[in-house]
Ligand binder design. Sequence first.
Ligand code: ADP
Length: 482
Amino acid sequence: MTFEYAPAPESRSIVSIKPKYGHFINGSFVSGKKHFPTINPATEEILSHIALGGLSDVDKAVIAAQKAYTKTWSKLSGKERGKYLYRIARILQERAREFAVLETLDNGKPIRETRDIDIPLVAAHFFYHAGWADKLDYAGLGHSPKAFGVAGQIIPWNFPLLMLAWKVAPALATGNTVVLKPAETTSLTALLFAEVCQQAELPDGVVNIVTGDGSTGAAIVNHPGIHKIAFTGSTDVGKKIARAIASTEKKATLELGGKGANIVFDDAPVDETVEGIVNGIFFNQGHVCCAGSRLIVQESIADEIIEKLKVRMAKIRVGDPLDKNTDLGAINSKEQLVKIKELSAIGDSEGAERWSPQCNLSNKGYWFAPTIFTGVTQAHRIAQEEIFGPVLSVLTFRTPQEAMDKANNTPFGLSAGIWSEKGSRIFWASQHLKAGVIWANTFNKFDPASPFGGYKESGWGREGGRHGLAAYLKNGKESGSN
Ligand code: ADP
């Protein structure tokens, strides 16, 4: 007997969205010239219109940030900076529901995730970095570490407010001021964050937010008044940024793509592993750079794992992101849906076997059913390229060494997961995997104290923890590329 779930929608009345937004420069909202719509990807409803920032907007923002740095922010003690960060963290907690609903509307991710994961982690990042602001001298990063001045920060659409927190909190804690650009499809929570900066009475110009597209991002990268770039996004754009700053003194952290291996050994606890596989690839619609998008499972237990995985996948609830029972929400944009469909079609044509549970997908909005491909080999493009959607490629192995070779055989090196009941096997595997983050018997767990970043085409530098602080300090010992 199966039970139908009654709808349990979260009310959206807590958010008030203006019909049009400008940029946030020097503590105030200033109007933009051109605008573009931002939509709810679950319904295609136009939510608002976002300003398209040009060179002059970026220039004004950088001037405001420079002035705030020299006149105010660099003169405050770490303890005083920390107070602002604590205040921001507390306001974010007080307004958590508002942020969660707005993020779900603009991004398409389920309210269960914005409410229980994104927004609590956002507040945690501000609390964590608030604690560091007056302790930088004792962080082991050199004597009297110094801020760069103005940091330019460019973020993607998959975790809009969380990526803002990953960037803004360490920058402010270390004494930098910022010019941040959110992604074009998800600017609304960054603009609400600007209101939080006003509410916290953060000195004008310490945080500036210029909205826009890739050209706005490029204007930030190329501005001579910016000394440090922090970017999260695609490897293609990361490479463009690396080229743009190659002949300058600018420092950069780049958090780029991934093709994470979730490796299951024959002694893994099967039910927990199946949960971990689901969390690894279907969390946030698979729009996760560190997603466990390749399942590499020992041949002797592959059939059992796949069978149980299919049973579990049939229970994933796909639909209205504002419904509290929803597990998998909407794909963030039409363009992303096209990319997911294209790469999946390539998986079909290369001979992998596709399977999805029966799902009733709405014909309004952008949707893709949770999908697995079995019979994938290393030569398949779906084993090598980032799909950035709810699509899992399954490969098998016979010996532990083969698992390591397959896991490391991509241009990326961001994340990996190991499933085994044997501690020595977990330690052995984690030493052989070329990945910045390795989870054991879990996946997709994040903490502000834990550094995050990748090898190879997954990026440069680390964010979070003590390592992440170093990347915002001129003489921070641990900064630089890997
Ligand atoms: P995705 O493929 O995940 O959408 P992108 O790398 O295209 O990721 O975008 C991530 C962020 O980088 C967005 O805020 C986007 O506007 C910005 N961006 C795109 N192109 C450039 C560029 N040439 N220089 C700087 N930023 C850019």
